[in-house]
Design a protein around this ligand. Structure first.
Ligand code: GLA
Length: 376
């Protein structure tokens, strides 16, 4: 059994909760996530071989990834994210060295809280430290996104990897996904807390539905560009979408309308948070969920049951799905002294509708990457 002291570096990166701004990052919009204390930690040391030897604290699997044959592991469960990141590092001109890697994840898998971004970002940060290469947190986030897009196959935006790398304790991040400028907004919720509820419906973004939504937004933009000049879909207003409905056939109209209205909600939510207007923030969360359900169609029975139950609870100001959807988690603004009542109330209704239980976590907002030299 390896102990902490056997390793040279320890790098952690966070899971994330997105307060609002869903399915707008890849459309060039603003998002409003925060990094969680749920995280992935990588411990790493050189091993003098030509392999990345990968083990985990919570599963018995061990993988030996030859550095010159990484692409063979691109689709191997548990190893794929590591192979993808190592390939992205090689593409960026980083010479990899043989190493032992121990991965410890406290972000529940499939929860929609970005366990994959936490793994990718922490692994890339650990490798860079081990080989003595300097990269900024934003560069690490971009490398992780590249790994996910080019080698895992999910055409994701930048929100998850950015929040995982650049998160700040007790702050939400108002991130502009077009130019990556980021305003840190203190998370001041007073008597309230963010409660995350996991549907426990396994969710995976690489199964195609996520990429399908992304393509629909790209097609909607192309159609709109036949009428108006817009650099990205998030720059097109709700009015412009309504006026040009005739060039947006089928679902393209509702997809575009979600993006335009969600972009406005993000602005309003950040303002509400800055003013401490939690009632308005809660209302925006509810509207966001409805839009993701009716216009973007990424919720499903489980997320709807969970958000509906939360929104019926008298001391919950608002609840919505968070992350990519199709399963995963909700985020709710709940009065701190009512959290256990909230959990019992929501759990009972959810189980009645869906026939299994959800899980709950009270969100602690933490830093993104943290790096520590252990020895050597
Ligand atoms: C996933 C993706 C993000 C973002 C969200 C939806 O989490 O990784 O880039 O698109 O879905 O907002």
């Amino acid at each position: 059994m390896k102990t902490n002291q056997d390793f040279e570096y320890e790098a952690s990166a966070a899971g994330r909760v997105n307060i609002i701004g869903e399915h707008v990052d890849y459309c060039g919009g603003k998002v409003f996530p925060a990094a969680l204390s749920l995280k992935n930690t990588i411990r790493i040391r050189k091993n003098g071989t030509n392999e990345i030897r990968l083990s985990f604290t919570d599963i018995p699997n061990v993988f030996h990834l030859p550095i010159d044959r990484l692409s063979e592991y691109k689709t191997v469960k548990y190893a794929s994210y590591f192979a993808a990141c190592a390939l992205a590092l090689q593409d960026a001109g980083i010479s990899l060295v043989g190493c032992d890697v121990l991965s410890d994840c406290t972000v529940p898998f499939g929860s929609g809280l970005s366990s994959s971004a936490a793994i990718e970002v922490s692994f890339i940060a650990a490798i860079l430290a081990l080989v003595g290469a300097e990269k900024s947190k934003v560069e690490i986030a971009l490398l992780a996104q590249k790994a996910e897009r080019e080698y895992v196959g999910t055409q994701c935006g930048i929100m998850d990897q950015y929040a995982s790398a650049c998160g700040k304790k007790d702050h939400a991040m108002l991130l502009s996904c077009d130019d990556l400028s980021c305003e840190y907004v203190p998370l001041t919720l007073g008597d309230y807390a963010l409660v995350i509820a996991n549907t426990n419906k396994p969710h995976s973004l690489s199964d195609g539905k996520y990429n399908e939504r992304r393509e629909e937004t790209e097609r909607a933009l192309k159609q709109l560009q036949t009428r108006l000049s817009a650099p990205c879909l998030a720059a097109v207003t709700e009015d412009a979408i309504k006026e040009n409905r005739d060039v947006l056939p089928g679902v393209l109209y509702s997809r575009a309308l979600h993006v335009a209205t969600e972009v406005k909600r993000v602005e309003k939510a950040a303002e509400a948070m800055k003013k401490g207007d939690l009632e308005s923030l809660g209302r925006l969360l509810k509207e966001s969920h409805a839009s993701l359900r009716d216009l973007f169609e990424v919720t499903g029975a489980e997320l709807d049951a969970l958000a509906d139950a939360a929104n019926e609870f008298p001391y919950c100001l608002g609840s919505r799905m968070t992350g990519g959807g199709f399963g995963g988690s909700t985020v709710s603004i709940v009065r701190k002294d009512k959290i256990s009542e909230f959990e019992a109330f929501v759990s009972e209704r959810y189980e009645r509708a869906i026939h299994y239980k959800p899980d709950f976590y009270t969100a602690e907002i933490a830093d993104g990457i943290t790096l520590r030299k252990i020895k050597g």
